[in-house]
Write a protein that binds this ligand. Structure first.
Ligand SMILES: C[S@@+](CC[C@H](N)C(=O)[O-])C[C@H]1O[C@@H](n2cnc3c(N)ncnc32)[C@H](O)[C@@H]1O
Length: 247
């Protein structure tokens, strides 16, 4: 099973592919969407959970989702059809850094996908080019709740991205020309729910498919992730989602 299939399976039981409960997702969307006919763009949309929630709540809104993952976009397509919103959503299988929208969006989302741009401020630079003048960005990313031990830091900063504490993370965004108009800091309970769903849906799939050739691999990924979470970053890695407007 490849990484994208594992990720699709791991996120099957959670409302979005990030540690946020449904109420928080709805409050963030409500703070960002200011027009009935809003046009939304989600960079790294995964299975489209944010966009589908927005389209269900706003019958005149339209949406574009961009992601490299074929399995995730397949789930987004099926969910859009089941929710009766398929004609209002366009799904593009593409690298977000190469995506060029044909017209500006009222809301640009990038939640849990900043690594695709290399780092947080690069998301905002891309969003600036995609956003209508009075539009809003919904930006969700990790930060350090506590100073991590060096092994945890090396594990989680294995790409170009470096995390900071919450105050520094928000200050960097503000210094880059963006004003937070709302935000949500994920609670430990939201993290725990997310991680139990992540590891549990993989484990359940493996136990339900005893003869599948990928069973051991999937069980192994679940166990390794659970150990890394419980023995490493639980309570150390935070997640903040900001609604931002340009200064
Ligand atoms: C943690 S998931 C978040 C999905 C979604 N934003 C949500 O909150 O439900 C990160 C997503 O970013 C996508 N992604 C990573 N790198 C990407 C890239 N370079 N271009 C497009 N999508 C990318 C992954 O395929 C994955 O679906």
């Amino acid at each position: 099973m490849d990484r994208q299939e594992i990720s699709a399976l791991a996120h099957a039981d959670h409302p979005v592919a990030a540690p946020l409960a449904e109420g928080a997702v709805d409050r963030l969307l409500a703070a960002a969407i200011r027009r009935r006919d809003a046009r939304l763009l989600d960079l790294g949309c995964g299975a489209g959970a944010w966009l589908l929630r927005a389209l269900r709540a706003h019958p005149e809104a339209t949406a574009v989702g961009v992601d490299v993952s074929g399995p995730s976009l397949g789930r987004a397509r099926a969910a859009a059809a089941a929710a009766g919103v398929a004609e209002r959503i366009e799904l593009c299988q593409q690298d977000v850094t190469a995506f060029r929208p044909d017209r500006p969006a009222d809301v640009v989302l990038c939640v849990g996908a900043a690594h695709a741009f290399g780092e947080l401020l690069a998301v905002l630079d891309a969003a600036r080019g995609h956003l209508a003048p009075d539009g809003a960005v919904v930006l969700g990313d990790a930060f350090w709740e506590q100073e991590p031990d060096p092994v945890v830091r090396a594990d989680l900063e294995d790409g170009p991205q470096r995390y900071a504490d919450l105050a520094t993370t928000v200050a960097r965004v503000a210094e880059h020309g963006w004003t937070p108009v709302y935000g949500h800091v994920s609670t430990l309970a939201e993290w725990d729910e997310y991680e139990w769903c992540w590891t549990g849906s993989l484990a359940r799939w493996a136990l339900d498919h005893p003869d599948h050739p990928d069973r051991e691999q999937v069980l192994g990924v679940s166990a390794e992730h659970r150990a890394g979470w419980l023995g490493g970053y639980r309570g150390v890695l935070g997640f903040v989602t900001l609604v931002l407007r340009r200064q």
